[in-house]
Write a protein that binds this ligand. Structure first.
Ligand code: FAD
Length: 435
C-alpha cells in the first residue's frame, strides 16, 4: 500500500520556514507596491528589497524548485512544488522571491531543453538568477483557443528567419529581455505540424507594441499584456527552438506545467479567502448573534472548505501523476484541475466577499481584486470549455461503442443472463415461497 497523505517531517520544516517568511517578509510588499512591479526590473525595489530576500530563500534550499539541479534548482518535483506554491499563492511577490514566477518558470524550461549553449548563457542564466524577465507570445488577436486561425508568419531568408504578424496579450513583453514567439513556418500542412517557436531578443528591430492591455479595473492604456506587431523581425537561423514545426510539442511542455502551477497558487488564494470568511463570521454580530451561528453562513463555510479540500486533493494528485509519468501523460488530470481552478476561486471568493457585506465589495478589502482573478483563471492558458474537451476525450478513450442495438447495461438481457446463471438457486427460492 502506498496511499499516503503526510508530508515528510524534513520538508514540513522547510514549509514552516517558508510560511513564516512569506507572511512576515513578503506579504507586506504586496501592500506597498503594485503587482506590475513584479516584472519591472528597473524598479529599485528589486535590488534593494527582493534580492536580499532571494538570498535567504537560496540559503534555505528553496530557490527555483521546479528546476533540476543542473539548472540551479533542487528538482523537488511537482508534489513538493504544489505544497510550496499553495503558500506562495497568497502573495503576488512570493513566486518572484522564490524564483518560480510565471511565465518565466515555463520559458526557462523551454530554453533549458531547446536553447543552444550561447542562448542559455545569454538568456537562461540571467533568467534563473532573477536578473531578467521573459515573455511568451502565441495568442493572436483573432483567436487564442483555436490555433487553426493563427497567421503570424516566419519565412526563411538566407541565414535568418523573418517574422511578420500580430500577437495579443503577450504578458510582460514591455519588461522582457526576450520573447518566445510562435509563428507559422509551413502554411501547407496543418498548424500542429507547421508552426515553430522562435527565441526573439526584445532589442531586435521591428517589435512594435501597438498598445498595452490591462485586466479590467486597470486604467485603459496601462497594463502589461501587449498587443504587438512583428514587422520584419529578423532572427538568426538557430533561433528556431527545437527545429521547424516543433511549436506545439514545445508549447505542451510549457503550458502543462504553467497550468498546474496556477492551480497550486489558487489553493493559497482560496485559503486566504476562507481565512477572511471565518474571521468575519466569528466577529460580526447581526440580529442578536454572530454570523457564524447562522445556518446559511455555516453552509458558506462548509461548502467552501469542502470545495477547497476536493480541489487541493485533485491538484496534489495531478502533481503526483506528473512526478510519476511526466506531464505529457497527465493531460486529463492537468486539464481537470485547470477547469476547477476558475470555478473554485469564483465560488469561494464570492462567499467571502458576500459575507463581508459592503466592506467586502469595497476597495478597503482585497476580495474584489481576488475575485477578478477567477475569470482570468478561466481564460489564461486556454478557456475552460477547451480543457473540458480534453478531459472528455481522455475519458471517452477508455470506452467502446455498445456491440449491439441496446446498451450493455440494458436490463432485459442482463436480468435474463443473471437469472440463467443463478437458475438453480432461484428455483429453490420459489419453491420455499410456495410453502
Ligand atoms: C491574464 C492573461 C494573461 C495571458 N497571457 C498570455 C501570454 O503571456 N501569452 C499568450 O500568448 N497568451 C496569453 N493570454 C491569452 C490566452 O491564452 C487566451 O486569452 C486564451 O487562449 C483564449 O483565447 P481568446 O482570448 O482569443 O479567446 P477565444 O479563443 O476567442 O475564446 C473565447 C471564448 O469562446 C469559447 N470557446 C472557445 N473555444 C471553444 C470551444 N472549442 N468550445 C466551446 N467554447 C469555446 C469560450 O467560452 C472562450 O472563453 C493571456 C490571457 C490572460 C487573460
Amino acid at each position: 500500500m502506498s496511499w499516503d497523505f503526510q508530508t515528510e517531517p524534513e520538508f514540513q520544516e522547510k514549509l514552516d520556514w517558508l510560511t513564516d517568511f512569506v507572511q512576515r517578509e513578503v506579504e507586506p510588499i504586496d501592500l506597498a507596491f503594485p503587482h506590475e512591479v513584479v516584472y519591472d526590473k528597473r524598479h529599485p525595489m528589486h535590488d534593494e528589497l527582493i534580492a536580499p530576500l532571494q538570498e535567504q530563500v537560496k540559503a534555505q534550499g528553496l530557490w527555483a524548485c521546479h528546476l533540476g539541479p543542473d539548472l540551479g534548482g533542487l528538482g523537488y518535483g511537482q508534489v513538493k512544488l504544489a505544497l510550496m506554491n499553495e503558500v506562495l499563492g497568497r502573495s503576488s511577490f512570493a513566486p518572484l522571491t522564490f524564483g518560480c514566477q510565471a511565465p518565466d518558470s515555463g520559458n526557462a524550461e523551454i530554453l533549458a531543453h531547446y536553447g543552444t549553449d550561447a542562448q542559455k548563457e545569454r538568456f537562461l542564466q540571467p533568467l534563473l538568477d532573477g536578473k531578467i524577465v521573459s515573455c511568451f507570445s502565441m495568442t493572436e488577436p483573432q483567436g487564442g483557443a483555436d490555433p487553426g486561425v493563427f497567421t503570424c508568419r516566419a519565412e526563411r531568408d538566407g541565414d535568418e528567419w523573418v517574422i511578420n504578424g500580430e500577437t495579443w496579450f503577450s504578458s510582460n513583453l514591455k519588461y522582457a529581455a526576450f520573447a518566445i514567439v510562435m509563428a507559422v513556418t509551413d502554411p501547407d500542412v496543418p498548424i500542429y505540424q507547421g508552426a515553430s517557436m522562435f527565441l526573439v531578443p526584445t532589442d531586435t528591430p521591428g517589435i512594435n507594441i501597438v498598445r498595452d492591455v490591462g485586466i479590467g479595473g486597470e486604467p485603459m492604456g496601462s497594463g502589461s499584456h501587449a498587443y504587438v506587431r512583428y514587422e520584419n523581425v529578423r532572427v538568426p537561423a538557430d533561433h528556431v527552438l527545437g527545429g521547424p514545426g516543433q511549436a506545439f510539442v514545445i508549447a505542451q511542455t510549457r503550458l502543462g506545467g504553467g497550468r498546474i502551477h496556477h492551480a497550486m497558487r489558487t489553493i493559497g488564494m482560496c485559503q486566504r479567502a476562507i481565512d477572511m470568511m471565518c474571521e468575519r463570521a466569528l466577529s460580526r454580530f447581526t440580529q442578536g448573534s454572530v454570523l457564524a451561528s447562522k445556518g446559511a453562513v455555516q453552509e458558506y463555510v462548509a461548502d467552501s472548505w469542502i470545495e477547497l479540500h476536493q480541489f487541493r486533493l485533485m491538484v496534489l494528485h495531478a502533481a503526483w501523476v506528473i512526478d510519476q509519468v511526466g506531464g505529457h501523460k497527465a493531460r486529463k488530470e492537468i486539464a481537470a484541475v485547470k477547469v476547477m481552478t476558475a470555478k473554485v476561486l469564483k465560488d469561494i471568493v464570492f462567499r467571502a466577499m458576500h459575507l463581508h457585506g459592503s466592506l467586502g465589495v469595497s476597495n478597503e478589502m482585497p476580495l474584489i481584486g481576488m475575485w477578478t482573478m477567477a475569470p482570468v483563471m478561466g481564460i489564461a492558458d486556454g478557456p475552460t470549455e477547451v480543457h473540458k474537451i480534453t478531459v472528455a476525450r481522455q475519458v471517452l478513450k477508455q470506452y467502446s461503442p455498445a456491440p449491439g442495438l441496446f446498451p450493455t447495461a440494458h436490463l432485459p438481457e442482463r436480468v435474463a443472463e443473471a437469472k440463467a446463471k443463478y437458475a438453480h438457486l432461484m428455483d429453490h427460492q420459489f419453491a420455499n415461497d410456495l410453502l
